[in-house]
Write a protein that binds this ligand. Sequence first.
Ligand code: THU
Length: 130
Amino acid sequence: MSLKDAALAVRKNAHAPYSNFQVGAALRTASGNIYVGCNVENVAYPEGTCAEAGAIAAMVAAGERDLAEVYVVADCPTPIPPCGGCRQKLKEFGDGEVKVTLGTTDGAETETTIGTLLPGAFDQGHMERS
Ligand code: THU
């Protein structure tokens, strides 16, 4: 299954009764495996989690940490921009060149990279003096 098809399929499982905005994310790792996630909202709104976070958690739980490619999709007028927190979460497991495709359910796509999504990222080097 392609990353796009995996993201579109998992999006249908999103639990989004509050925003009514379903998001699907699929990650391919260096080993070639695919991990998926959808947003999971909660009546206590800040407890909800994004699709990207779910896919990353599935990847790490399976013992993998090396992102090779990412696909995120939602029913948007323009391809979905990942939230700021998810950009930092993706950066944790992928270097700047990792391709990220942002999509709409209509088939529009924007190709970008983790580095472009999070310029000037905070990383371990910034803690060197501590
Ligand atoms: N959402 C994601 O799952 N990923 C993003 O990158 C942006 C936002 C979800 C969170 C929430 O369930 C809904 O979209 C509306 O913000």
